[in-house]
Design a protein around this ligand. Sequence first.
Ligand code: PA5
Ligand code: NI
Length: 192
Amino acid sequence: MAEYMTPFTTMINLNTGVIPNAVVVQKRYLRDLEGLFADSIAEDALMIDNPLLYEVHEATENPMEEGQLRYSTTTIYPGKVGDEYFFTKGHYHAIGNRAELYMGLAGDGYLLLMSPDGEINVQHMTPGAMSYVPPFWAHRTINVGKENFVFFACYPSDAGYDYQSIADKGFAQIVVEQDGKPALVSNPKWVK
Ligand code: PA5
Ligand code: NI
């Protein structure tokens, strides 16, 4: 007889993103993103407080094998480093052809994407927005609002994370506040 995995259900708080029985809760502070913000002087100044930028609640520990899915929620707190809004580290998937689906739950955010040849794409995420991360695109989320920005993510279990490419080269563009609104500008630190 074949062994079949047992189906299950997980509860997610749609306002806060909290998953009460999350198997992993990751907290990322400014120090964990050292060097990623464009304004190094503002980053150094804020490092004294080392604020919490975001939390990830992972709902599942499904096996990292082809065919399985994992899912999580991310809560990015409001704030800026200089003019640049708080964001996630950002990554390519280690297995590049793995796609991902995001859904906005609360707040106001941007999904910043970059293809391997440096093309930039931005999606505005508000509650109910289903934003698709196609295979091969690097992705980072940004809180451009004044409240917490919360979203749900679902991805193939074996996708993995390539953070190093973003740590080394960054994104070609960044999102900053200009005249009280988010604006996309060139990243002075970008390495082509
Ligand atoms: O799977 C995803 O893309 C998300 O769940 C992210 O991992 C999460 O939003 C945190 O971002 P990062 O992994 O870039 O720190
Ligand atoms: Ni991802």
